[in-house]
Ligand binder design. Structure first.
Ligand code: DGL
Length: 270
């Protein structure tokens, strides 16, 4: 029996589309319902309490769409709200942090890993926690990069301003002789080229989105939820503000065409 229900994915903005792209590539045949909380972005500078409140509203909105699994495609919301959501819904919930930590731990050769993310993610210490669980000898160096998200949202990923900021943020991690750098915010894979210019060729850039899609596939298979038939896909995209801007951005990232994005009032609906 094939479970044709969609998968719910959300982020504070466009960043989660980097995860959607991986899901579409690795798990074809699944419908996706995406919500980007563009009106309330950034999450990275907000308190845990606020991020949990926002997350609960979004989860309620997605659950009303009869989804079969939830992907929290936001590191900050994964760091602050994953356990809460897991305890409140009866469908599988996947965050991006654990899969990212797993991949980084298996990548590093010298045991020195850098993490870049929002203030919330870095201050939560969640990557260090997971990495040390996997291997207590690993040394973790975190750096919050608060300007990266607005630069991405403004379409300035390849701008010289972004390059200068990347040098300033990541330079500090390079001094620690890391050999692996985790892009610990779903917006950051969109800065990959710029970050690559700063770190050079010898440091491995880890994108948790790839491993997250793999983890989702495992869960869908294990729980008999995988839909690998090829129906006519009907992905749906919702945001809390700026639907048309989001739609255009999505079309620069995703492998399919986004024809429509709907603006909704998440505080009323969620
Ligand atoms: N994309 C989000 C993350 O992965 C953060 C963006 C924001 O600060 O809202 O943490």
């Amino acid at each position: 029996m094939i479970n044709k229900a969609p998968i719910g994915v959300f982020d504070s903005g466009v960043g989660g589309l980097t995860v959607v792209k991986e899901i579409m590539n690795q798990i074809p045949g699944e419908d996706i319902i995406y919500f980007g909380d563009t009106a309330r972005l950034p999450y990275g500078s907000k308190s845990k309490k606020t991020v949990i409140t926002y997350t609960r509203q979004i989860v309620r909105f997605l659950m009303n769409k009869d989804i079969k699994a939830i992907v929290i495609a936001c590191n900050t919301a994964s760091a602050f709200a994953l356990e809460t959501v897991k305890s409140e819904v009866d469908i599988p919930v996947i965050g991006v942090v654990k899969p990212g930590a797993k991949l980084a731990a298996s990548t590093t050769q010298n045991g020195r890993i850098g993490i870049i993310g929002t203030e919330g993610t870095i201050q939560s210490g969640i990557y260090s926690e997971f990495l040390r669980e996997i291997n207590p000898k690993i040394k973790v160096y975190g750096k919050a990069c608060p300007l990266f998200v607005p630069l991405v949202e403004e379409g300035l990923a390849d701008d010289s301003v972004t390059f200068e900021m990347a040098k300033r943020y990541i330079g500090l991690l390079l001094e620690k002789h890391i050999d692996t750098l985790v892009l610990g915010c779903t917006h950051y894979p969109l800065l990959r080229e710029t970050i690559r210019k700063v770190v050079g060729e010898d440091i491995v850039l880890v994108n948790p989105a790839y491993e997250t899609a793999k983890a989702l596939l495992d869960v869908l298979r294990d729980q008999g939820l995988r839909n690998d038939s090829t129906p006519k896909l009907n992905h749906k995209f919702y945001v809390s503000d700026g639907a048309e801007k989001f739609r255009q951005f999505a079309n620069t990232i995703l492998p399919c065409e986004v024809m429509e994005t709907k603006d909704i009032n998440i505080e009323e609906l969620g």
